[in-house]
Design a protein around this ligand. Structure first.
Ligand SMILES: Cc1cc2nc3c(=O)[nH]c(=O)nc-3n(C[C@H](O)[C@H](O)[C@H](O)COP(=O)(O)O)c2cc1C
Ligand code: SF4
Ligand code: SF4
Length: 248
């Protein structure tokens, strides 16, 4: 087994859960949360596994930026978690890999419950079923990675310049805090994009949002609304969302 680092980004715990499960199957792999990673550290590992959610048919810009930050020649596996379709994500990963001369070894898709709660959710019985099924999928992916079953992906057809990567579209315009906000600052501290701040004493969302919806879950007052409505945001039941973002 190679010296492996699993780098994950996650809004509501699905990709973190997948990263932990992969780590358990690939004994000895280290786990790190992408916003906390100094890209230099990836040089210390023989292989990287990136676990990313799919938001609006693409990987979030924070993961795209991380891929671009990796050293030329880095060998890596890509694992997407999504609730249906990865959309343009594969094309984005290939294009970025080609641009940075990275060695993209394989790509895998893991089905998880939907965190896109402003658009659609799974009924609870289906959430459980999907989560249970994901254990089998993750075990298979870990095995494929450990056995090097998938050969390196050809990047010949990937679009040639970064400008060709379809832009990441954020579903964030409707986010705001309602009157229940106590201005505790938790959402500001925990936003992976530093997209929330106080402006003239009002909680303000800027335009760096990646629509991970983590702020909705982490608000102790449930004061963050979408288009003026309260959202019952899904959180993965297997993980601790605060532990997920802690600096290891
Ligand atoms: C804003 C938003 C957009 C999403 N768009 C997609 C999508 O295009 N395709 C899909 O299959 N799932 C989509 N999802 C669902 C997530 O990909 C899926 O639930 C994922 O496992 C979330 O992982 P996380 O908890 O690690 O962020 C979306 C979720 C959010 C919050
Ligand atoms: S976490 Fe909630 S209560 Fe605290 S500042 Fe943010 S919106 Fe307000
Ligand atoms: S503002 Fe909320 S949804 Fe947007 S990136 Fe920050 S935590 Fe995620």
């Amino acid at each position: 087994m190679f010296k492996t680092l699993i780098c994950y980004f996650s809004g509501n715990g699905n990709s973190y859960d997948a990263a932990i499960e992969l780590g358990n199957n690939l004994h000895g792999a280290m786990l790190k949360y992408i916003p906390n990673i100094d890209p230099e550290i990836t040089k210390e590992y023989e292989e990287i596994i990136i676990v990313s959610p799919v938001y609006a048919f693409n990987i979030p810009s924070i993961v795209q930026d991380f891929i671009i930050s990796m050293e030329k020649g880095t060998k890596y596996h890509m694992v997407f978690t999504c609730a249906g379709t990865v959309g343009r994500s594969k094309e984005t990963v290939k294009t970025l890999s080609r641009r940075r001369d990275l060695l993209l070894l394989d790509m895998h898709k893991i089905m998880m419950p939907s965190t896109f709660t402003t658009m659609f959710t799974y009924p609870p019985f289906l959430e459980k079923k999907v989560l249970k099924r994901s254990r089998k999928q993750l075990a298979k992916v870990a095995q494929a990675i450990a056995n090097n079953e998938n050969s390196t992906i050809s990047l010949k057809k990937a679009k040639r310049v970064l400008g060709d990567v379809d832009p990441f579209v954020s579903f964030s315009d409707g986010l705001e805090a309602n009157k229940d906000c106590t201005k505790c600052g938790q959402c500001i501290k925990n936003c992976p994009r530093k997209n929330i701040s106080f402006r003239y004493d009002e909680l303000t969302f800027s335009n760096m949002c990646i629509s991970c919806y983590a702020c909705i879950n982490r608000c102790p007052e449930n004061a963050i609304t979408y288009n003026g409505k309260q959202v019952k945001q899904y959180a993965n039941p297997n993980v601790d969302l605060y532990r997920m973002i802690k600096k290891q």
